[in-house]
Design a protein around this ligand. Sequence first.
Ligand code: UDP
Length: 319
Amino acid sequence: MRSLITGGAGFIGSHLAEALVARGEQVIVLDDLSTGRYDNVAPLLERGDVEFALGSILNADLVDDLVRRADRVFHLAAAVGVQLIVEQPLESLATNLRGSENVLEKAHKYDTPTLVTSTSEIYGKNTSDVLGEDDDRILGSPLKTRWSYSEAKAIEEVLAHTYWRQKGLRTVVTRLFNTVGPRQTGHYGMVIPRFVNQALRDEPLTVYGDGTQTRCFTHVADVVRALVDLAEHPDAPGTVFNVGSQDETSIAALAEQVIELSDSNSTVRYVPYDEAYEEGFEDMARRVPDTTRLEKLTGFAPTIDLDGIIRSVVADQRS
Ligand code: UDP
């Protein structure tokens, strides 16, 4: 079995590559190293189990060659994180739209099953108690750059799903909710690596807004297990799956927990949204996934709680 992982040198992609190699499988990593890091996969490359292709998913010839040689595709490459998208909106749109179209087109050409990673961002402003896969998106204005990530990933989902419906390509769409773990960088806004970084320097932890907004965090090892199980399940194609935990925590409580678990002398600084993000930024008050569909099909249950998640990031940043 040989898997192509687009974005395989990134945070989640490199953990996925490791998991597949641990099962004795072969992996081709495609990454342009824009946000991914060579170091994330260097130990795997030394062992010869993984082939590394430096390049973009926008390069149709390269994607063609790699998909042709793969038995399945995990499409993870994307411009991720609202902060990055706000800073580089055109480049992000190109990657997430045209790049994904390239990958799906080649997957169709070679009839290669493909798992696509989407995001809880596509639910937009829907803050229902729990978000089910069939729930509606509640859309922000397309004129606000902040929502362009949500728009692009939703179109990617539509493309993947349409290749299934119209052409019979075996595509699985996954929506990831706040995945966290070692190697994740805080450069593009992700809150836990940022808080841990601040805590380890005894700097104030910057809580945006009043800190009452909540999120459910899932360790990358649990997410990777779900992705592999879904890629292998014969009933998964043609379906969308939320992937995440339902363990909800406020960002203010998270900050306190990070300070405690990293033995830090940091304080908490509340930063008004206008200072933290572009003007008019709308944060989501909560985002809780309904994961019944994933649980029923694969038996999924997260194994690492928030304490364990924070500890793993602290250990990673200390090393
Ligand atoms: N956040 C924060 N301080 C930071 C970075 C993020 O308070 O330094 C908040 C952010 O406003 C959001 C939550 O933490 O309410 C999660 O942000 P992240 O970017 O990690 O994920 P997302 O908003 O995409 O769920």
